[in-house]
Design a protein around this ligand. Structure first.
Ligand code: GN1
Ligand code: MG
Length: 366
């Protein structure tokens, strides 16, 4: 594999100047590497192989990335007041040496993007101040793209975060499953009990209460880069899921990922919690930037998305397990089943604390 990556890296940068290639991050979908180089213009870039089973039109993913990059660059020419005294960066496409923005090689799709240096992507929230920064980061990201017309972005993942469609897919897959292992019963019952709640956001969209806007699509904790020195958020990475959607998908995804300090890969279900103090700090940071462009309806549906997105992710993991793990990368048998159980446990924790969550949203938004 490393040889293959070396060959590809050499098509983006003169090979004699490449000093190292290592795996970066822990994504469930794409393969990501950090390539370092010496000599004139020394530094590093990120090299990625896009999962074309998931992203079936990688050319459109690249087009979105270009549209996003140019828009944010324009906005940063006159930075918003909330960015005063702060650093903010966005990964940009680095074309390969042949001037093409990407490489298609043996049926694989490779591209490279800039690396945001002197910043880290922690996997666990350290404290309330870190949580506030993650919230601020998502708010700033949303704010900078809030005036990018959705018509400039392609829908690169149809149905992404449309919860009723994930439920439909689950039903279809379940019908085709010959046996139903005993451990699964409890998870199926969990889904059944929540069946009538899955269309809350899509119904609000169809009623015109909510509108599509450009969104990140995957703002989990380790996609928010934190400056090593200042501890401030400096940008969001992993931009392949940027497309039109509801900002609620992002808010729910960010909170489900950040407020469960045990993380989504934990094995011990009793360790899964939803931390209200972190939720409060994230919303404080988010709304310090985002309150200007959120409507009353937007705010009204925030508690719903906090409950819905972990349930949706659990459903996605469970369906993938039933289908034979075709979508999410797995390291061991029943890995996706375990991940589903974690997200369902988190959903339960959120449901139990919903009155407190509603009070926090009201206080922070009001
Ligand atoms: C996937 O590959 P990664 O880790 O960036 C998934 C997200 C899930 C996440 C759960 C395109 O993201 O939706 O929330 O796993 N990305 C896609 O860890 O489906
Ligand atoms: Mg991602």
């Amino acid at each position: 594999m490393v040889r293959a990556v070396e060959t590809i890296a050499a098509r983006f940068h003169p090979p004699e100047r490449i000093t190292g290639i290592r795996s970066l991050g822990s994504g469930n979908v794409n393969d990501t590497y950090l390539v370092t180089h010496a000599g004139k213009g020394h530094g590093a870039f990120v090299l990625q192989r896009l999962n074309t089973h998931v992203f079936q039109r990688p050319d459109l993913v690249m087009r979105n990335l270009e549209a996003l990059g140019s828009h944010v660059q324009r906005r940063l020419a006159t930075p918003p007041p909330e960015l005063a005294g702060r650093r903010w960066e966005i990964p940009r496409v680095v074309p390969c040496r042949q001037e093409s923005p990407w490489i298609e090689h043996n049926g694989e799709f490779w591209r490279s993007i800039t690396y945001i240096a002197a910043a880290t992507t922690p996997d666990v929230i350290r404290d309330r101040s870190h949580a506030r920064e993650v919230g601020y980061g998502l708010g700033m990201f949303h704010s900078l793209i809030s005036d990018l017309p959705t018509s400039d972005l392609a829908d690169t993942l149809e149905g992404f975060h449309v919860t009723p469609q994930y439920l439909q897919r689950y039903d279809q897959v379940l019908k085709g499953c010959p046996s139903n292992a005993p451990g699964l019963d409890e998870l199926h019952r969990f889904v059944e009990k929540r069946r009538d709640q899955v269309d809350v956001l899509e119904t609000a969209l169809h009623r015109g209460e909510l509108q599509h806007r450009p969104i990140h699509g995957d703002p989990k904790i380790n996609n928010v880069m934190i400056d090593e020195t200042s501890g401030q958020a400096v940008g969001l990475i992993d931009l392949d899921t940027v497309k039109p959607g509801l900002v609620h998908y992002d808010i729910g995804d960010c909170l489900r990922s950040c407020c469960n300090p045990a993380g989504e890969e934990v094995q011990e279900l009793s360790a899964v919690t939803f931390d209200l103090s972190l939720c409060d700090a994230i919303l404080e940071g988010y709304l310090s930037v985002a309150s200007g462009f959120l409507s009353e309806w937007d705010q009204h549906y925030v508690p719903d998305c906090i409950r819905l997105i972990p349930f949706e992710l659990g459903l996605r993991f469970l369906t993938d397990h039933l289908e034979g793990n075709l979508y999410f990368r797995t390291d061991r048998p029943n890995h996706n089943l375990q991940r589903a159980a974690v997200q369902f446990r988190l959903t339960e924790q959120i449901e139990q604390q919903l009155p407190e969550i509603k009070a926090i949203v009201k206080r922070r938004a009001g």
